[in-house]
Design a protein around this ligand. Structure first.
Ligand SMILES: [Zn+2]
Length: 440
């Protein structure tokens, strides 16, 4: 089936940043057939008028814990919440069912904000894969491997076995790419990190890990005369398979090492700054040529699962950090959110609008008052747009969002079913009420 999207301001995100002012894109069988400006081609089975909105490649979310929707706003301003209630609450009250229902809600929320690919790490990751398949989200998914009691597994060896199952099951999937997801540099033993590395190499897939994020993590390695990155390198983890998350406190040496070895970075400005952890040196990361993109993090850490929010925060933080207004102009920010994310994942035929590439696209409407006038479509997206402006989303050539609404999913039902499963979790959370309310 041929679908023609017409009357759009098309941002191709190709090397020349080519734009088509009154542009169109023709898609068939999940791929882009042709695109251009002016006169539209004949023979489309369906024609969609884009109402002069901005059409660009779908956003790539490089870091998420999608299922964590039930945690949203819980202890948002509470210090050290990871160990004080997040880990204990997960161990006590998290379930396979919540993973699936939370992930389904999150996929709906992400599609509505223009995200077409997500990298996820959590427990019962098989359920996240199910949610991706059902909603039409492309997923790079890894079972969290952690050396402590965790939901859905009796220990890291068990989590590794689950990773292996995922890797086998979705080996040839068009939609799911299984990856390795050791939790962090201090929460996973060296031996288990090496096992994760071996699996990533065996299956030629990504390994994603939280790194250079926490002050205590930095202190721990400083006492050994190392950095988290030099430690990962000593275990052979720094290479083209590595997608390191956060990297707030990376040093110049770390950056040079990661660039030399072909590692990638998932930058999460929203969750990094909300936790007061710091602003990553992204000017130097970009300068070194390290592929990077943005992550929303889970709803517990970043609240909204909207990449547009990250795209606004990112340049504001970086310009402020370096006292430089010209740093990261808007089109570079849009590039990082689309093509940059695809490159960080090593995706082929994604991240740009060009013939033969995947028909994963997002249309952002420009009707709201704060989006008028449009002199520079990149600026409009970065400094003015939000998730509510997303009008249409296509993944694999299928329209998943139209007129700002999900076409195949019933959001109110998805929400109702999640709410219905939440009471045991809410009851367990009550135990931490004094932590959550008392110590702000
Ligand atoms: Zn995370």
């Amino acid at each position: 089936m041929k679908i023609l999207l017409k009357n759009a301001h098309v941002l191709t995100m190709d090397d020349a940043y080519r734009e088509y002012d009154s542009g169109w894109v023709l898609a068939e069988d999940g791929r882009i057939l042709s695109l251009g400006e002016g006169e539209t081609p004949e023979g489309a089975d369906e024609v969609i008028d884009c109402g002069e909105g901005i059409l660009l490649p779908g956003f790539v979310n490089l870091h998420c814990h999608a299922s964590m929707i039930p945690f949203r706003t819980m202890g948002d301003d509470c210090p050290d919440r990871l160990r004080r209630f997040l880990f204990p609450l997960e161990q006590e009250a998290w379930s396979r069912e919540l993973t699936y229902l939370g992930a389904r809600f999150a996929m709906a929320e992400m599609l509505l904000s223009g995200i077409t690919t997500v990298v996820d790490m959590y427990y019962y990751e098989e359920e996240v894969a199910r949610a991706c398949m059902e909603t039409g989200m492309r997923g790079y998914l890894g079972e969290t491997v952690i050396c402590q009691r965790a939901p859905g597994s009796e220990g890291p060896e068990n989590a590794l076995a689950l990773s292996g199952e995922l890797l086998e099951k979705y080996r040839d999937s068009e939609w799911i790419r299984p990856i390795l997801a050791p939790h962090g540099t201090t929460t996973v033993s060296a031996e288990i990190l090496e096992s994760c590395r071996d699996l990533a190499e065996k299956y030629d897939t990504l390994l994603t890990v939280h790194a250079c994020e926490m002050d205590e993590e930095m202190r721990y390695f400083a006492e050994k005369g190392m950095t988290p990155v030099s430690y990962l390198d000593s275990l052979g983890l720094v290479g083209p398979h590595l997608l390191a998350v956060h990297c707030i406190h990376i040093t110049d040496e770390d950056i040079a090492l990661m660039a030399r070895k072909g590692a990638r970075i998932a930058h999460c400005p929203g969750s990094n700054t909300k936790a007061g952890k710091g602003i990553a040196p992204m000017r130097d990361v970009a300068g070194a040529g390290i592929p990077f993109g943005f992550g929303t993090d889970g709803a517990s850490s970043g609240n909204t699962l909207s990449l547009l929010d990250q795209m606004r925060l990112f340049p504001l933080c970086q310009k402020t950090k370096y006292h430089d207004r010209s740093l990261f102009p808007a089109r570079e920010v849009v590039r990082a959110a689309t093509r940059g994310g695809a490159e960080a994942l090593g995706m082929r035929n994604s991240g740009m609008l060009r013939p033969g590439f995947r028909a994963d696209m997002t249309l952002v409407g420009v009707e709201r008052p704060s989006l008028f006038p449009v002199y520079d479509a990149y600026s409009t997206l970065v400094y003015g747009a939000c998730a509510a402006d997303v009008r249409l989303v296509m993944t694999g050539g299928k329209v998943r969002v139209r007129d700002g609404r999900l076409t195949e999913l019933d959001l109110s039902r998805i929400r109702r079913e999640l709410e219905k499963a939440m009471p045991p979790f809410r009851d367990a959370a009550e135990k931490y009420a004094s932590v959550l309310r008392g110590n702000r």
